[in-house]
Design a binder for this molecule. Structure first.
Ligand code: ASP
Length: 358
């Protein structure tokens, strides 16, 4: 890990020498880390001063260490390099901490959560992402509640084991599986939803965990993957697509994977030029993954005549994947090998609860 990129702070809490839990806080940037300066302009908060903004942290009986970058990022600037770095930070501190809380901008939080769920294989500890719609320095901020809930979820144990050994998003009184989440609102406090999978906890007066829907950890060793491939694109169907523009994207020689956002339950226009362009791409070894533009429900490839041709040309059904999980799964899978047959098989499998079984 690059120490010239990060600064470390140990926060003094009531945990003392025998803390109930040890949690690594990883600050990446986003609205949660903002404060207003004397001119009312939003500026990144000096995270050394976090105790002044959240004095209640001192009362927790947790050991808290904060890692903050010298240059916080708006989450629009997060990508594969930052996801791999986050995975590496977790790997480097995995033995030392019971849980990880990542403070992140809301805009691409669901992409980061999805990417981490693939990169952190056989995870046994909670990795909880949170952020806020209003800066931590503002009086009506939702940061305080989100941050504290994320800490309590991360610290929760059942029969001596982490209650939620998954990558999750904790936001506005609800805990969601990270790779099932999407940002759905720009101005409501309830910014995230998981249309195709139940929430993992309701955060009210108590933490009410939905235990039957939380992943049970396996006994295989924790493994951090170190490669993703961004030679991918998303192609969303819309009426009257211009053949030349679509063909130019599908025939690009650098391309290795495409997430196709189809209509409804997986339907495509039947135009022969589109079918031919998709077929030509699969013959070159490009992986095509079909998901729905609808946020709720799964695709059913082959149900209508308009999607039956897809099975024939080798388009993989993404069932009920979110766009965020589909594109990050594609980047992850393509990073694993150059063998498109093997990659296709990996794409079809449920890797970490990201889609429903057939
Ligand atoms: N643009 C910000 C970000 O995603 C918005 C936020 O944090 O809510 O970093």
């Amino acid at each position: 890990m690059q120490s010239d990129y990060y600064q470390y702070f140990d926060l003094i809490t009531a945990g003392g020498a025998q803390p109930e839990s040890s949690i690594l806080l990883i600050y990446t940037g986003g609205t949660i880390g903002m404060d207003t300066d004397e001119n009312g302009v939003l500026v990144p908060l000096d995270f050394e001063r976090i105790m002044d903004k959240l004095p209640e942290l001192r009362r927790f009986r947790y050991r808290l260490r904060l890692i903050a970058p010298f240059v916080p990022l708006d989450s629009s600037d997060m990508g594969t390099a930052e996801w791999l770095l986050l995975a590496e930070v977790i790997r480097a501190h995995y033995a030392e901490f019971d849980a990880f809380v990542i403070l992140h901008g809301t805009d691409t939080m669901a992409f980061t959560a999805s990417a981490l769920s693939f990169l952190l294989e056989n995870l046994k500890k909670p990795v909880i992402l949170t952020g806020s719609q209003i800066p931590i320095g503002a009086s009506r901020t939702d940061a305080r509640e989100n941050f504290i809930s994320a800490l309590e979820v991360a610290a929760s144990r059942t029969n001596g084991q982490a209650t939620v050994p998954e990558v999750c998003i904790c936001f506005s009184n609800v805990l969601l599986r990270g790779n099932r989440s999407s940002k759905v609102a720009t101005s409501n406090f309830t910014a995230f939803a998981s249309e195709n999978y139940p929430s993992l906890a309701q955060i009210g007066i108590q933490l009410d965990f939905n235990k039957s829907h939380i992943i049970k950890p396996n006994s295989l060793p924790f493994l951090v993957h170190t490669r993703m491939d961004n030679r991918v694109t998303i192609l969303k169907m819309f009426p009257s697509m211009m053949p030349d523009l679509v063909k130019a994207r599908l025939s690009n020689p650098a391309l290795r994977g495409v997430v196709l956002e189809s209509y409804g339950s997986g339907n495509f226009p039947t135009s022969p030029w589109l079918v031919a362009a998709m077929q030509e791409a699969t013959e070159r070894g490009v992986l095509l993954l079909n998901i729905s533009q609808c946020s709720g429900g799964a695709i059913s490839q082959g149900r209508y005549a308009t999607s039956s041709q897809l099975n024939r040309i080798g388009v993989v059904s993404g069932r009920d994947l979110t766009t965020e999980a589909a594109i990050t799964k594609m980047m992850f899978v393509l990073g694993q090998s150059e063998n498109s047959h093997q990659n296709r098989q990996l794409l079809e499998q449920v890797l970490c609860g990201e889609m429903s079984e057939n």
